[in-house]
Design a protein around this ligand. Structure first.
Ligand SMILES: Cc1cc2nc3c(=O)[nH]c(=O)nc-3n(C[C@H](O)[C@H](O)[C@H](O)COP(=O)(O)OP(=O)(O)OC[C@H]3O[C@@H](n4cnc5c(N)ncnc54)[C@H](O)[C@@H]3O)c2cc1C
Length: 394
């Protein structure tokens, strides 16, 4: 005989957003249930930030997010900021540090963030059911969630089951299916913060450099945003922070342009050696590893002593160092993407509550919503903030 239980709130997904919403609702005295498919909570928190969870960014603001509706993000962040989450982390005496660019990481381990959320859930009397397989969700006056292990009814239902990236850590398309079931508009999803690939046959000598990294400023058509960070050559194309960041803006068929070592004045460097016998590859090896310098020199203009280049060729060398054009043929997909862009259209949601405008009592929070942050703690900040707001209203 299946158990039948009633709660005030059912939350689907014990990730960053779902846990935060549960804690806040529980603190308000609401009887809260979380249903989680995995046999543990916070699976992505555990693997995040290389095991040290980059839990927020002190510079988080709407400009660091991709969404059809930036005003929506502004409204959410005005109610819950990175300082609010830092306060919670400090309350639990979790040591953290700023790695770079406002990115806050745990000093010890991501596990501390998960333990903190579990403790807060316990204190707020939140019930968490693990290893749950949801069969269907129905709504009459209240929501009924039928699972293999029980039937749960509640007045509010929160969909916090994340995006499609990293299926091996539990990601499913369940939230998107529920949105469709309730006829809620979705913005087309796409992998983001993802390594890009290039045609392997045309780029065999480049791909032999797999493992080498360099600094660059990355840009692509359709956005003014640029990222000055490291680029890593992989055995299939490019990765590293600058590439992951720009991948979220990249559209199929468009180029990505890299300004190599962006602090350097290539005009001055190349022109000042243009009358010398030094070979281009030797000159470039002052700024890149020898293997990358050899590759670049041959790619740009088969390497020879600088004095043998015409002024037009010198100009071309300078231009190529300022704008190395990459033609990606794809990306590594959801298996390697950190996040998913697109999702539940923010126009479908009330920005003060995260509740669906169409279906009373139904809420969407976290990555399932069409709000995608840059790399660097921005995505967790969105999950905490949207979870917090729903938690005040469910
Ligand atoms: C490798 C990696 C590293 C990352 N590092 C960072 C970082 O350092 N900083 C940062 O800001 N962001 C990082 N991110 C992104 C961040 O993890 C997500 O943006 C964030 O976890 C989204 O929170 P969420 O609660 O919406 O979804 P999730 O945290 O993905 O939680 C969703 C939960 O729902 C559960 N679920 C799914 N389907 C069902 C179902 N049918 N029934 C029941 N439960 C279900 C899942 O098992 C999961 O527990 C990283 C992502 C990856 C993949």
């Amino acid at each position: 005989m299946q158990k039948k239980l009633n709660y005030d709130v059912t939350i689907i997904g014990a990730g960053a957003a779902g846990l935060m919403a549960a804690i806040e609702a529980g603190k308000r005295g609401r009887k809260v249930l979380i249903l989680e498919k995995n046999n543990h909570i916070g699976s992505k928190i555990l693997i995040s930030g290389g095991g040290r969870c980059n839990f927020t960014n002190i510079n988080a603001n709407p400009n660091c997010y991709i969404s059809e509706n930036p005003h929506f993000i502004k409204s959410v962040f005005s109610r819950y900021s990175s300082n609010d989450f830092i306060e919670l982390v400090e309350k639990h005496n979790i040591e953290y540090y700023e790695k770079t660019l406002g990115q806050l990481f745990c000093k010890k381990s991501s596990r501390e963030i998960v333990n903190m959320l579990q403790k807060e859930c316990n204190e707020a009397n939140v019930t968490i059911e693990l290893s749950v397989n949801i069969q269907n969700i129905k709504k009459d006056n209240i929501f009924t969630v039928t699972t293999d292990s029980g039937i749960y009814t509640s007045e509010s239902l929160v969909i916090a089951c994340g995006g499609l990236s990293f299926p091996k850590k539990g990601a499913t398309d369940f939230g998107y299916k529920i949105a469709k079931q309730f006829e809620i508009d979705l913005i087309k999803d796409r992998p983001a913060l993802v390594p890009i690939t290039v045609d392997e046959r045309k780029n065999s000598s480049l791909l032999e450099l797999s493992g080498l990294s360099f600094k660059a400023e990355a840009k692509t058509e359709g956005t003014k945003v640029t990222f000055k960070e490291n680029v890593l050559i992989t055995h299939r194309g490019f990765s590293g922070p600058a590439i992951l960041q720009i991948s979220s803006y990249w559209q199929k068929g468009k180029e990505i342009e890299l300004r190599l070592e962006p602090e350097l004045n290539w005009d001055e460097i190349i022109n000042s050696h243009s009358r010398e016998r030094i070979e281009l590859k030797t000159l470039l090896s002052n700024y890149f590893s020898q293997r990358l310098a050899d590759y670049l020199a041959n790619e740009i203009s088969s390497s020879k002593p600088m004095i043998q280049y015409s002024s037009k060729e010198i100009e071309n060398i300078i231009q190529r160092l300022y704008a190395w054009k990459i033609n990606p043929n794809g990306d590594e997909g959801y298996a390697k993407a950190e996040v998913t862009t697109g999702g539940v259209d923010t126009n479908e949601l009330n920005q003060k509550t995260m509740e669906s405008k169409k279906i009373k009592g139904l809420y969407f929070i976290g990555e399932i919503v069409d709000v995608t942050g840059w790399l660097g703690g921005y995505n967790f900040q969105w999950a905490w903030a949207s979870g917090y707001i729903a938690g005040q209203n469910i």
